[in-house]
Design a protein around this ligand. Structure first.
Ligand SMILES: C[S@@+](CC[C@H](N)C(=O)[O-])C[C@H]1O[C@@H](n2cnc3c(N)ncnc32)[C@H](O)[C@@H]1O
Length: 322
């Protein structure tokens, strides 16, 4: 049995018998005015963060959701799209598609604004998405891509890139590992299916996104997720997994490298009113300006006493204050 088959079998089990707390995190579920989430959906929240960022979802976007689970995030995305097939959700596991359809029918009874036709559930997988090139505004996946071995992850990211319109966004939430996960855990297919042993390090994860062609990546959240202890996981030291929420844009990678925003700012504190680096960055004296890590590194290498670079907050929500 391949690890992907083990994963499909595992998700068939947890579609039929929900496992509360399988992937959940210490953050409040997204509340939206007028949205009532059925408890059947809450019980099947197998995400490890959130991919539903209201500020990404203006203009009734077409959303392709990969790995539907119990349908919670598909419903949340439909809240913003509000039209038939505004959300297309893909899953290879029949029992999961059935559970999501059932839960969405219950959601329709509880929410006047929602029709089950707003979420179209299709059979398919992350490696062959059943939609044409450049046809969707948003692709989202929560706690699925971490299961994939690196070469399969590359394929899944290329697929996401293919189906996104130019400028479109890939919204993801996944566990990452604070150091490489040892081989004996990586090779445990059931742990991998449970999102506990396939995670890459932060650097490897970002590199995969850039290799797929995404020119800009923004980190929306990074927080502790699970601790793999020595006793149960046969480790010499405990291994912390974190959950990472990110948004990646289908834009050309700039010649000098991708823009990765992790919440750093540059603050000019020199004698002039502002500082202009002649490369598109104008820093007003005393006012923090959001900069990507590449620009932060360039400013830091100038060794100027006039520019302060603040640390990554790992909670970047866009730059500009005036
Ligand atoms: C960890 S659950 C996450 C479910 C959902 N995203 C959530 O946040 O609750 C992983 C989901 O991906 C589905 N899945 C498994 N293998 C897949 C594949 N190769 N392509 C797409 N979806 C897959 C599973 O059936 C399951 O619905």
């Amino acid at each position: 049995m391949s690890y992907l088959e083990t994963a499909a079998e595992f998700y068939s089990e947890v579609a039929q018998t929900p496992q509360v707390g399988l992937c959940c995190v210490q953050s409040s579920p997204l509340q939206l005015p007028g949205l009532k989430v059925p408890c059947q959906m809450r019980e099947m929240n197998y995400g490890c963060g959130t991919t539903v960022h209201p500020t990404e979802l203006a203009g009734e976007p077409t959303v392709l959701y990969v790995g539907v689970g119990g349908g919670l995030e598909a419903l949340q995305f439909a809240y913003f799209s509000r039209r038939p097939a505004g959300v297309i959700a893909v899953d290879p596991v029949a029992a999961m598609r059935e559970a999501a359809n059932r839960n969405l029918a219950i959601a329709a009874l509880k929410n006047d604004w929602f029709e089950p036709s707003y979420v179209e559930i299709r059979e398919g997988d992350a490696f062959a998405l059943p939609v044409p090139d450049a046809s969707v505004d948003v692709v989202a996946q929560n706690c699925l891509f971490n299961i994939f071995a690196p070469s399969d992850l590359a394929k899944a990211l290329q697929e996401a890139y293919r189906v996104l319109k130019p400028g479109g966004r890939l919204l993801m939430s996944d566990p990452i590992a604070t150091r490489p996960i040892p081989a004996h855990l990586q090779q445990d297919d059931r742990l991998r299916a449970m999102c506990l042993s396939g995670a890459l390090t932060y650097e490897q994860y970002i590199q995969q996104l850039v290799s797929a062609g995404f020119g800009q990546v923004e980190i929306r959240a990074r927080r502790p997720y699970r601790l793999l202890d020595c006793q149960n996981y046969n480790l010499e030291a405990p291994l912390l997994l974190e959950s990472l929420d990110s948004v990646s844009f289908k834009v050309i990678i700039p010649e000098d490298g991708p823009c990765i925003f992790t919440g750093k700012t540059a603050i000019y504190m020199g004698a002039e009113e502002f500082f202009d680096d002649s490369a598109g960055h104008i820093l007003q004296r005393g006012v923090p300006a959001a900069v990507c890590d590449k620009t932060a590194a360039k400013f830091a290498s100038m060794k100027s006493n006039d520019i302060l670079i603040t640390d990554s907050t790992w909670h970047y929500t866009g730059g500009g204050c005036c």
